[in-house]
Design a binder for this molecule. Structure first.
Ligand code: AMP
Ligand code: GLY
Length: 425
């Protein structure tokens, strides 16, 4: 069985390592993969958004099953294009990926079907948006409608900042066409929880919950990043919260997408905030989270490929989806300066075997003269799994410290907030 995984980050590395546990799979190709993924898959192609190139390669190579994980190719219709040439896929079609591709679509969906989310207004005209924020409650949240490399959300703490944000998104077009329309949203407060779920449009199976650490610096300070570390499970996601989410958010979302003729099959990511009025949706993603996947999949006790195949064939209800009763922590080693300017090209040195059975998922690295060198902002993630979160955190840091490259930086408090909550409970 030949599998193609589209993408080339830490998330794809985690997916590939998990897929490798299935004995039916003989070969895994990553399109484009990266210098670290090359240890676990054959890397081909140059870009995850080269849909024609991906389809041509898959046909030529006789790929039996494709897994598309990044947002861009999903939003561009990679699954539709692969399915059109008869290749079964894990991932939503373009018409369902819009749940992440357009914030206006997802907000209108939630409003229409009564799914709890922040109150909002939509604007396609800067003058009206500027008028609106003169009296809107502050802080306020300004979101570009389309994809913006994870940077399309601006939290404005003052009226001046809100005005500046509207001007930069709509007039200076800092996010290009993605900011032609915007959502201005009520600012919510409360702990955040990421819940990735498998769904075939009939059944929805939430995976173990997780907590991302989005800010660059310790204590949740500094700029927003793609994620500096994760832990799972998330202690804020209690059984009560999980039940409310299932009834008020997960099932209604699957149902809403079906009713709109946009059945979602794949991994649907619920970005939730647990407010004093209950859980609300902050965002939907049409894919596995990064770096949530790097803690969620190491805790998956069942076979990933069997689940993915069941999702693609509409048989998820029959699949076994079990998680270990352990905890996991992933610490990201980044290039100093990320998410702004940073230098790359530094050799990465790591032991053949990490302590505590920890795993490395490579995100931004390439092969140069037979050596692995840094090539991105987030370079790699180190995940440890242990019976309790405190041990998982300790072991992830232990293992991360054995990996070296110039200019490396990590947060030193991944998991600290979760551990404090566990102590309180
Ligand atoms: P996103 O790019 O959609 O993941 O949003 C980035 C972050 O902005 C989220 O993880 C939240 O921390 C924050 N955020 C987004 N929407 C809101 C909101 N309505 N209220 C408060 N914080 C928000
Ligand atoms: N970690 C957040 C995301 O994948 O969007």
């Amino acid at each position: 069985m030949k599998i193609l995984v589209v993408g080339g980050g830490g998330r794809e590395h985690a997916v590939i390592k998990k897929l490798k546990e299935n004995k039916e799979i003989t070969e895994i190709f990553a399109y484009p993969g990266n210098g670290g993924i090359a240890a676990d898959a054959t890397c081909v192609g140059a870009s995850a958004t080269d849909i024609d190139g991906i389809v041509a390669f898959a046909k030529q190579t006789g790929i039996d099953f494709a897994v598309v994980t990044p947002d861009d190719p999903l939003i561009l219709g990679a699954v539709d294009a692969l399915s059109a040439v008869g290749i079964p896929c894990f991932g939503p079609e373009k018409k369902a990926a819009i749940i992440e591709g357009s914030k206006i679509f997802s907000k209108n969906l939630m409003k229409k079907y009564g799914i709890p989310t922040a109150a909002y207004e939509v604007f396609d005209n800067a003058a009206y948006a500027l008028e609106y924020v003169k009296t809107a409650p502050i802080p306020t949240v300004i979101k570009a409608d389309g994809p913006a490399l994870g940077k399309g959300v601006i939290i404005a703490e003052t009226r001046d900042a809100a005005e500046a944000a509207i001007r930069s998104v709509m007039e200076d077009k800092i996010f290009g066409a993605s900011g032609a329309k915007i959502v201005i949203e009520e600012f919510l407060t409360g702990p955040e929880v990421s819940v990735l779920s498998f769904t075939d449009g009939k059944t929805v199976v939430p995976m173990i919950s997780s907590m991302d650490h989005k800010r660059a610096l310790d204590g949740d300070k500094g700029l927003n990043t793609g994620g500096m570390g994760t832990v799972a499970p998330n202690p804020y996601y209690t059984e009560d919260v999980a039940e409310t989410c299932m009834q008020k958010i997960f099932l209604p979302t699957i149902d809403a997408m079906n009713r709109e003729g946009r059945t979602f099959k794949g991994c649907l990511y619920f970005g939730l905030m647990i407010t004093k009025d209950g859980p609300k949706v902050i965002e939907y993603n049409c894919r596995f989270g990064d770096p949530e996947t790097q803690v969620v999949l190491p805790l998956l006790d069942s076979d990933l490929f069997t689940i993915m195949k069941a999702v693609s064939e509409g048989r998820l209800a029959e699949a076994d989806v079990k998680f270990k009763h352990d905890s996991a922590c992933c610490v990201i080693l980044a290039s100093d300066g990320y998410p702004q300017k940073y230098a790359t090209g530094f050799e990465i040195s790591m032991p053949d075997k990490l302590p505590h059975g920890a795993q490395v998922f490579v995100a931004g690295a390439k092969q140069k003269d037979g050596k692995l060198v840094t090539a991105g902002g987030r370079v790699l993630g180190v995940t440890a799994v242990a019976p309790g979160l405190a041990t998982a955190v300790e072991q992830a840091y232990d293992a991360a410290k054995t990996i070296r490259f110039d200019n490396a930086r990590m947060r030193s408090d991944i998991g600290a907030k979760a551990l404090a909550i566990i102590k309180e409970i």
